[in-house]
Write a protein that binds this ligand. Structure first.
Ligand SMILES: *Cc1c(COP(=O)(O)O)cnc(C)c1O
Length: 231
């Protein structure tokens, strides 16, 4: 199956998940996670109408952004961020989903060029409080949001979550539901909050049922990843 076919299938699945959940059509957007896949594959999906792409590895992403500069795409950084990467992210991306530390977000705001609109930010939440995982704890989230909302060159848009891997569907459901509650309470405090980045290839239907409005999908669109990173 080619990439365009897979895109149609994923979009069909999203529309039917919306319907099943009683949500309005087109309530849920698709972020195509193109990590490890070359620029020409991204271009194929862009030609089929896909606009938003997610990348985890900075150098790989910068190469693709450069090659596809004319395609008018929206680039989301969704991988781990160290301080030495903030400059390039602030200059070349439209969104960041994987931030949980004020220091990093302050740097992104400082380094965002004046000519560009504010960088859109989803705070990553460590919803299962897993010690090895990134993300702000639910307890620390309100204070972090209070600080981020004041920064001039970032726009706080919502939350991102990567839940604990479990085969237990009801546990997945509860975890997504708890994230949705955090999202709603943030939304009641700040007008700019409109994005809940939740769900991947394997669990997007459940995530949509529990309130996600942006699913990050790699494997179901591009196939299995064979390498961790392109050379
Ligand atoms: C790789 C990745 C995805 C996509 O996962 P698939 O299972 O391939 O759909 C989504 N979100 C993040 C943060 C990722 O790193």
């Amino acid at each position: 199956m080619d990439a365009k076919k897979r895109l149609q299938n994923v979009l069909t699945n999203i529309r039917s998940a919306e319907k099943q959940a009683g949500r309005p059509e087109n309530d849920v957007a698709l972020l195509a996670v193109s990590k490890t896949w070359p620029a020409d594959v991204v271009k194929t999906l862009a030609e089929a109408g896909q606009r938003d792409f997610g990348e985890n590895y900075l150098q790989e992403a910068l190469t693709k952004i450069d090659l596809l500069g004319n395609e008018n795409l929206i680039w989301h950084f969704i991988g781990p961020i160290q301080s030495n990467k903030t400059q390039d992210i602030a200059h070349h991306f439209d969104w960041v989903h994987s931030v949980d530390r004020l220091k990093i977000i302050q740097r992104l705001s400082q380094q965002r060029p004046d000519a560009l609109p504010p960088l859109n930010v989803c705070l990553q939440v460590n919803i299962d409080q897993e010690p090895q995982k990134s993300g702000v704890t639910p307890e620390a989230l309100p204070a972090l949001a209070d600080a981020v909302i004041k920064l001039p060159k970032v726009a706080l848009r919502g939350l991102m979550v990567i839940p604990k891997v479990t085969p237990d569907e009801s546990e997945q459901r509860r975890t997504f539901a708890r994230t949705y509650q955090l999202y709603q309470s943030l939304q009641s405090r700040f007008k700019s909050i409109d994005t809940l980045s939740m769900g991947m290839s394997a669990d997007m239907t459940i995530a949509i049922a529990e309130g996600s409005n942006l699913v990050r999908v790699g494997t179901a669109l591009f196939g299995e990843r064979h390498t961790q990173q392109t050379p």
